[in-house]
Design a protein around this ligand. Structure first.
Ligand SMILES: *[C@@H]1O[C@H](CO)[C@@H](O)[C@H](O)[C@H]1NC(C)=O
Ligand SMILES: *[C@@H]1O[C@H](CO)[C@@H](O)[C@H](O)[C@H]1NC(C)=O
Ligand SMILES: *[C@@H]1O[C@H](CO)[C@@H](O)[C@H](O)[C@H]1NC(C)=O
Ligand SMILES: *[C@@H]1O[C@H](CO)[C@@H](O)[C@H](O)[C@H]1NC(C)=O
Length: 441
């Protein structure tokens, strides 16, 4: 309803310009993604055990547990499972600016949650960040959101009403960090490549006033939720008629700190790849039909019902920006792992470690030339994973599988998404997938 009204107002106000152009010419908002270890990243000097490479497995598993709990709507306040956010080398930060006058903010992308929040002065507890923290009292475009507004209502039990009728949000993460504050409106500016005349939008965001237990190693300025909920930026931008309800991103080489990427909101013309249908529920589900090792090889012997979303809402396969590794149900993981290990043994004379059967001695770059491509066969398209996406170099001379085993929900993680552009069209419920090794726009 809101978007219809806005369009009417635009058409009425600019009665002499063609109405249609307001929608179809708005090419979208984009911003560059910056590798968290990039020379230009504000957090490049945060060592954090070089981002705890060895936590990739743990953090992926705890995220899996959280996503499954949310999926089963089992989250009661008493047994709230906090959403783990991956702050290891898989993290890319989006560069946005907020307020008038503008302040730069660097936020982590998260398709598994909806809220966009940043640290917000004057705050009760703010953690130290390199760039100046956004100060709401300095900005003349800041306004508080009321409890009865749709983004606030959509927060569910993460939202509350203050005595004065302002919308309060609260969210916490698996590492014990949490943020709470005011859901507010502010002007957000993108580094648009498409629409130089209007790079800004007034959107709801979480103004973080108590940002607790954020340790040095997790010092991002906030989180950009990309989920399908009403409060997410993509939903809001389309609700106010700024862009079509779609977004796309591309993560460059995760192992290369100089790799970039992009995030773009709106405009279906930039969603060019082969399309696969998507089911939009609490997450973004795709139809994974099978898996193969070697493009020319037959598919592995996997019963595709392992990937099906069950009538009770469990199971299924999602694309997630917050899991480093992929997760498959045990019976699938078993088959894929065996195929990969078999290839390593026969073709490369490399055997799994007895102490850690998913890990191997060696270097991906040096020891695995011509390793076959792992193919994820999706309905109408597929994702090709080379050795850099099949494995993760954990230590100097130790690499491990880039996927693991978990009951129920399957996850296609960020390792498997590298060097592809994923275009989420929330209106048509399609996901377009396009190989884009350099993540060029
Ligand atoms: C982020 O964007 C701002 C404004 O567009 C720009 O000045 C700044 O250099 C960017 N930061 C990085 C690390 O690229
Ligand atoms: C925020 O801005 C106000 C108004 O300019 C100023 O008085 C206040 O000191 C600022 N707070 C911080 C923490 O910078
Ligand atoms: C990714 O980056 C690493 C480290 O710079 C490099 O060794 C590797 O070749 C890159 N992978 C691809 C596919 O370009
Ligand atoms: C696949 O699994 C389903 C459910 O477990 C079972 O009903 C079906 O017979 C299996 N199909 C094959 C070909 O094994």
């Amino acid at each position: 309803m809101a978007s219809v009204n806005l369009l009417l107002i635009i058409c009425f106000t600019f009665i002499f310009s063609p109405c249609i152009s307001a929608a179809s010419d708005s090419k979208g908002f984009s911003t560059n993604l910056i590798h968290i270890h990039s020379p230009s990243s504000p957090y490049k000097n945060v060592k954090a055990e070089s981002l705890a490479k060895d936590t990739a497995l743990e953090s992926t598993l705890s995220r899996h547990a959280y996503l499954r709990a949310r999926q089963q709507k089992a989250l009661q306040p008493a047994d709230f499972v906090p959403p783990p956010l991956i702050r290891d080398k898989s993290a890319f930060l989006a560069n946005l600016s907020i307020g008038n006058p503008p302040t730069n903010v660097y936020v982590v992308l998260d398709t598994g949650s909806d809220l966009f929040w940043i640290q917000c002065e004057p705050c009760d507890v703010c953690y130290k960040q390199k760039d100046p923290i956004y100060n709401r009292t300095k900005s003349d475009s800041y306004t508080e959101m009321l409890c009865n507004e749709p983004p606030c209502l959509s927060l569910g039990r993460e939202g509350q009403c203050s005595d004065s009728g302002s919308c309060l949000y609260q969210t916490s993460y698996a590492d014990g960090s949490r943020t709470s504050g005011l859901l507010s409106y502010e002007k957000v500016a993108f580094t648009s490549h498409y629409s130089d005349e209007d790079k800004t939008a007034q959107v709801g965001f979480g103004c973080g006033l108590q940002n607790l237990n954020f340790v040095t190693s997790s010092r991002d300025g906030g989180v950009l939720g990309l989920g399908p909920g009403l409060v997410s930026l993509v939903s809001q931008l389309s609700a106010i008629g700024k862009v079509s309800k779609s977004f796309a991103y591309c993560f460059g080489n995760l192992s290369n700190p100089n790799a970039g990427g992009f995030l773009v909101f709106g405009d279906a013309t930039y969603l060019n790849g082969d399309m696969t249908p998507m089911v939009i529920a609490e997450f973004y589900y795709v139809n994974l039909l099978g898996i193969g090792l070697g493009v020319e090889e037959p598919r592995l012997d996997i019963n595709s019902s392992s990937f099906e979303r069950k009538p009770d809402g469990s199971g299924g396969v999602i694309i997630d920006s917050g899991s480093t590794l992929s997760i498959f149900p045990p019976e699938v993981y078993e088959v894929v792992r065996n195929a990969v290990v078999d290839k390593l043994k026969k073709g490369y004379n490399i055997s799994p470690l007895t102490s850690s059967p998913d890990c191997f001695e060696g270097k991906i770059g040096r020891d695995l030339p011509l390793f076959p491509t792992l193919v994820l066969y999706l309905e109408s398209t597929g994702i090709l994973n080379d050795r850099w996406s099949i494995f993760l170099q954990r230590y100097d001379e130790l690499f491990c599988l880039g996927f693991t085993s978990g009951e129920g929900l399957s996850i296609i993680g960020t390792l498997a998404q590298q060097s592809y552009k994923f275009g989420y069209n929330l209106e048509l419920s399609t996901l377009s997938i396009e190989s884009n090794p350099d993540c060029g726009l």
